[in-house]
Ligand binder design. Sequence first.
Ligand code: PEP
Ligand code: MG
Length: 545
Amino acid sequence: MSVYQGKGVYGAVAVGRASIFSRQAADVRRVNIEDTEKELQRVEAAKAIAVGQLEAIHDKALKEVGETNAEIFEIHIMMLDDEDYNDSIKSIIETQKVNAEYAVAVTSDNFAEMFASMDDAYMQARSADVKDISNRLIACMTSGGEADELNDEKMIVCADDLAPSETVSLDKDKVLAFVTAFGSSNSHTAILARNMNIPAVIGAGKEFLQSIHNGDMLIVDGHTGEIIVSPDEDTIKKYTEKQAADIKKKQLLQELKGKENITLDGTKINIFANIGGVGGIGSVLANDAGGIGLFRSEFLYLESEDYPTEEQQFNAYRKILESMAGKKVIIRTLDIGADKQIGYFDLDKEDNPALGLRAIRICLTRPEIFRTQLRALFRASAFGSLGIMFPMITSVSEVEKCLALCDEVKNELVSDGIRIGENTEIGIMIETPAAAVISDKLAPLVDFFSVGTNDLTQYTLACDRQNAKLESFVDTHHEAVLRLIEMSAKNAHANNAWIGICGELAADLTLTETFLKMGIDELSVSPPYVLPLREKVRSTDLRKV
Ligand code: PEP
Ligand code: MG
């Protein structure tokens, strides 16, 4: 029995046999050919099959994981049609007189390397995509596109990494869990795993993959990120019990749907959900969240090839507001920079990106981008109960500039005869120590605060949130962070503003009582945490010391 440690990205336990994910492209051989025309035709025929498959996967993804997550497959279809990509395949076949599979594999390696060496994270991510579409093309040439079938037993899929199309193509009825040796918790794969409700652990390490064989018995604990290879009987029993307890708990939590978020002594709190795309609405509703406390609008930009237009943004915001049918929807304006880089923004490389040009600083220095987003937001405000929230605020003057632009945009829309909502709330994120310390000056300007504890912790403790080596230095319950939250709550309430928390700490059940005592009005968490948090609130009694 051996134990490996990765990062759990979806909390559930699986016990079953390993199925090592293999790709057909690994078997590609170079074959000299005479008839280059025939090879070119084979590429075209394979492309037609691949596009058909991708359209089917896109439709499946649309139903299962939503529009935003499904968009990646539209990108794959476009990539298959890319002129440079196709020219490269053609030129290798014609000049080297080689088989089509080999030309695709070489093109794939060249393009993947080129993307990987680019500076911006978005283009780097295309490296996995080009490999993915090339593998598909090769599979279509060698087997007419038949995918490897898993056998009838449900298996735990183990891979070096999984491309988005590979993840979504996995037949959920045959997959117990998946484990990848590499990958980050912000990858498409991790995001898809959470949305697909499949227990998943990523970043288990190269050694894990080297140590396992098809059919090995595994335990995957998506809560702790532990993977146990060849567990003994006692361990299997222990985890089977944990699994059963998980299932029972989830069933019991369903009974909390429709119930109030109220403590035993009668204190009420709103529990909202955080999402990154329109596709997340399904799980917000399924988990009975009272609203959306954080819509990370930058995902609309991250998943787009170019600046999303006012119309595209309006449609997305309108859809969220309409789907939430009058429940509060807080949309955070663009928060890029630092770890979220987008190629077409052409941002300079910075020595300290977390302390650099990010979020509201970008919006205020590029008002044309900000104006487009605000126009889309105010237009959408007519279709529900909207809150607009500005990220990374550090000063009164930043808020004043945001408010002035909001007024300008609203006046512009009204004078053009465009209907806007009457009760749109304006808020700011409290995610810098500066904002918390001057929260008495900021509160009179806004309707609400939302505490971004991920960044507030990073900046208060001077610990880069991207740096895994600092984990032992990050005390998530640090008194300094809690005092800043408490100070912000007092200042919000003294100025008739309400205050929520939308960072990860909102889901920390060991702090629920502390937050309730501070008078926090709203906690916004990932959708699967809504019901556990409701349960915690309902079992809390603030009269007990
Ligand atoms: C935060 O900083 O806590 C937050 C919610 O924003 P993000 O994690 O998107 O930076
Ligand atoms: Mg933040």
